[in-house]
Design a protein around this ligand. Structure first.
Ligand code: CA
Length: 229
């Protein structure tokens, strides 16, 4: 069934074994493990996995450096990275997301959450994105006509709200920092602050009604659209 290759970079053996076992019992059989950053980078280049689970607190080359090198590498830059973090590493999570990591899981993790997040990244984004149209549970976004419809009803969105919704809907499950949202909607002729993004999200949620609750606030980090609701 699931023959996607997953690379796990984690120095603590009990966590490494637990993550590997959790993935295996969910049907993922091609799992490579590395105990440190150097080995992880070597295996990433050698195996070109479909997904990388990356512990941030690693001896030697730390997780953020590994993430940066992966994103600099021609062959490795598009591999989704999920960071494994401790609760105290919130600042590093934001830095990692801005470097290009897709998501993060806080340790100690719940097995179901781990598998759901892994599936979300492996499923890829192509299947619900065809040409100029993105479909996402009742929502249809057309980037050519700049229109967004919810259950067939046209939404009255500002350009910024439209761009934010499109960003979230094209990558359900992916966490975006406020800075990432800002750089997406930049180009309009007024300065955008983090606070302004929060206001845009409030307005967007209101216009989306009940559906708006699917835009989750990720405390201290940013926002994401719920996966698989
Ligand atoms: Ca560690």
């Amino acid at each position: 069934m699931a023959n996607e290759k997953i690379l796990l970079i984690e120095d603590e053996a009990p966590i490494r074994d637990l993550v590997k076992l959790t993935l295996e019992t969910s049907g993922y059989s091609s799992i490579y493990t590395a105990e440190n950053g150097e080995e992880g980078l070597r295996l990433a280049q050698l195996r070109l996995p479909d997904l990388i689970l990356l512990d941030l607190m690693l001896p030697g080359v730390d997780g953020l450096t590994v993430c940066r090198r992966l994103k600099e590498g021609e062959e490795t830059r598009n591999i989704p990275v999920i960071m494994l973090t401790a609760k105290s590493e919130e600042t590093d999570v934001v830095i990692g997301l801005e470097m290009g990591a897709c998501d993060y899981i806080t340790k100690p993790f719940n097995r179901k959450i781990l598998i759901a997040r892994v599936r979300a990244q492996l499923r890829g984004f192509a299947e619900h994105e065809s040409g100029t149209e993105i479909r996402c549970t009742g929502l249809v976004i057309n980037s050519e006509t700049h229109s967004a419809k919810l259950h067939g009803q046209e939404l009255e969105l500002t350009l910024s709200e439209f761009e934010i919704l499109k960003l979230f809907a094209s990558h359900p499950g992916r966490v975006y920092t406020r800075n990432q949202v800002i750089s997406r909607i930049k180009g309009e002729d007024y300065p955008v602050t983090e606070r302004a993004i929060d206001v845009q999200i409030v307005n967007l949620r209101r216009k989306l009604g009940e559906w708006g609750a699917n835009i989750e606030t990720v405390r201290g980090v940013g926002y994401r659209l719920k996966q698989g609701f």
